[in-house]
Design a protein around this ligand. Structure first.
Ligand SMILES: Nc1ncnc2c1ncn2[C@@H]1O[C@H](COP(=O)(O)OP(=O)(O)OP(=O)(O)O)[C@@H](O)[C@H]1O
Ligand SMILES: Cc1ncc(CO)c(N)n1
Length: 264
């Protein structure tokens, strides 16, 4: 069976972070593993508290998984401090996983900052150059590219700037712009727009986590990057279309376990 490791924060509410990633891996027929970087006390409305995990424990979790089982792909989510980023970067340099999908998580849907000041700078210089794909949403892309993004033409320019930070490829997610949620992919030569149709729902907690985990799972199964993104886009669209109206705030996406075949 193919395997995928998520290095991310835990969301007690089950909609984002490690929990969304493992559900997505499982639904796509990939064996999911985790290295937890932070524990968030979170629900569909708010983040109540955050406990960061000691960097030695983060290092040990990654080492334990990669020295024994290995991972066909790694997905990276919430990394709250420059120290944590450096630790994860050292692990990636040591174990050199084939596919690294980096979701530069900044702020929860409820508006809670999930990383400290200066952390985005460290992410830019230390981690983005190691990534096969970096998947910012619009506010994250604005910080990474250091420019405002108001429309699709701005997304093209921001892709160019972010690509120069050294990732192999960039996918800017258009969910936060008005109109249809189209995502723009750029690998340094050609652009590809992955079109979506906006689903009218407030239940979009964890959509970014789910998309990046789906891309990692599909890469683990041997798909080429554009195919992995295309199929992951179908996966997230389906997960949003069937999202769950639970909790008082932004409900979670829904994962269908029986729809996807397992590659052994
Ligand atoms: N209402 C919607 N209908 C259909 N697709 C959507 C909708 N909102 C977002 N998407 C898609 O979901 C994916 C995730 O995008 P989004 O911009 O919401 O990520 P995000 O802000 O990082 O999510 P989160 O921070 O909650 O994890 C993208 O492919 C985007 O186009
Ligand atoms: C732990 C965690 N990671 C990522 C996000 C972004 O949605 C979140 N809300 N919580």
């Amino acid at each position: 069976m193919k395997t995928a490791l998520t290095i991310a924060g835990s969301d007690s509410g089950g909609g984002a972070g490690i929990q969304a990633d493992i559900k997505t891996f499982s639904a796509l027929g990939v064996f999911g593993m985790s290295a937890i970087t932070a524990i968030t006390s979170q629900n569909t409305v708010e983040v109540r508290s955050v406990q960061l995990i000691d960097v030695n424990i983060i290092n040990d979790q990654v080492a334990a998984v990669l020295e024994d089982i290995g991972a066909d792909a790694v997905k990276i989510g919430m990394l709250a401090t420059p120290d944590i980023i450096q630790t994860v970067a050292q692990c990636l340099k040591k174990y050199k996983p084939k596919h690294i999908v980096l979701d530069p998580v900044m702020i929860s849907k409820g508006g809670h900052r999930l990383l400290e000041e200066d952390t985005m700078q460290e992410l830019k210089s230390t981690l983005i150059p190691l990534a096969s794909l970096v998947t910012p949403n619009i506010p994250e892309a604005e910080v990474l590219a250091n420019m405002p993004i108001h429309n699709e033409p701005d997304m093209y320019e921001a892709c160019r700037v972010i690509k120069k930070l050294g990732a192999q490829a960039v996918l800017i997610k258009g969910g936060h712009l008005q109109g249809n949620p189209n995502d723009l992919y750029y690998e340094g030569q050609t652009f590809q727009l992955f079109r979506g149709e906006r689903i009218e729902t407030k239940n979009v907690h964890g959509t970014g986590c789910t998309l990046s985990a789906a891309i990692a799972a599909l890469l683990a199964k041997g798909k080429e990057m554009p195919t992995a993104i295309d199929e992951a886009k179908d996966y997230i669209t389906n997960a949003i279309a069937n999202s769950l109206n639970i909790g008082q705030g932004y409900g979670p996406t829904h994962h269908f376990y029986h729809l996807y075949e397992c590659v052994t």
